[in-house]
Design a protein around this ligand. Structure first.
Ligand code: PXL
Length: 265
């Protein structure tokens, strides 16, 4: 059985973070490991997020358990809440990214909230993107990585993809590019230095999308782990997300999430 490590946070509301990652890995019949970096909680009256980083030695011990204690076939990064944690992970990826595929989901925001860690964009840019087989920024994260104020149209999204590739990753998939296109689509932009591919889907007007970014990146990582190319991996991820979002559902009055039934595979 192939093994995959996620280095990411716990989402107490269940839709994102390691919860999404491990659930997705299981659907791909992969054995999932997790190094927990941070615990995210929600205020019950406003749903604003509390962010509680795990101490660095504890994170380091978890990563060692998986990488040195067992061995893995792929690595996925989610929320890494401090530059010190990012630099620690960089140290491991210097050797591991040469051996196995790595997906960097450059998490800087939780949906519906202000940027969680804008001051860490630079650390992600310099320490992590260069290791990525595929990186999966949303529009906000892509602009941060590309050093652009904002992405407001398709041409700017392509420019951001070019700049992100120049940071040293093999491929980039910018999610939700369709939001700045007319008419709105669910388009994601894939670029591997050869051609730009806009992967479109029907636009489903819902805010029940909690965990979408993490789940998309987890599918990409699972596919790479199974030996698919970056382009194939991103395409399958998009198809899986389309199915999940079609059956979105509300957790409460603040947040709703994707469907995770077997058909989601
Ligand atoms: O969707 C971004 C995200 C990533 N990781 C964790 C989260 C969230 C958003 O809530 O809680 C742990």
């Amino acid at each position: 059985m192939k093994k995959i490590l996620t280095i990411a946070g716990s989402d107490s509301s269940g839709g994102a973070g390691i919860q999404a990652d491990l659930r997705t890995f299981a659907k791909h019949d992969l054995y999932g490991f997790c190094a927990l970096t941070v615990i995210v909680t929600m205020e019950t009256d406003t749903w604003s997020h509390g962010v509680f980083p795990i101490e660095l030695p504890v994170i380091d011990a978890q990563i060692k358990t998986a990488l040195e204690g067992v061995d893995v076939d792929a690595i996925k990064l989610g929320m890494l809440p401090t530059p010190a944690i990012i630099e620690n992970v960089d140290g491991y990826l210097k050797t591991w990214a040469k051996k196995v595929p790595v997906v960097v989901d450059p998490v800087m925001v939780c949906k519906g909230n202000k940027p969680l860690f804008p001051e860490h964009a630079e650390a992600i840019r310099t320490h992590l993107i260069k290791h990525a087989t595929v990186t999966t920024p949303n529009l906000f994260e892509a602009a941060q990585l590309a050093g652009m104020e904002e992405i407001t149209n398709y041409e700017e999204a392509k420019e951001a993809a070019r700049r992100i590739l120049a940071l040293g990753c093999q491929a980039v998939a910018i999610t939700n590019v369709g939001r700045v296109m007319a008419p709105k689509t669910s388009g994601d932009l894939f670029y591997d230095g050869h051609e730009f591919v806009l992967m479109e889907g029907a636009f489903i007007d819902t805010h029940h999308t909690h965990g979408l970014g993490c789940t998309f990146a987890a599918h990409v990582a699972a596919n790479l782990c199974k030996g698919f190319s970056p382009r194939e991996s991103v395409f399958e991820a998009k198809e899986a997300i389309k199915k999940g979002i079609k059956n979105h559902w509300a957790l409460n009055q603040f947040v709703g999430t994707l469907d995770f039934p077997d058909s989601f595979k």
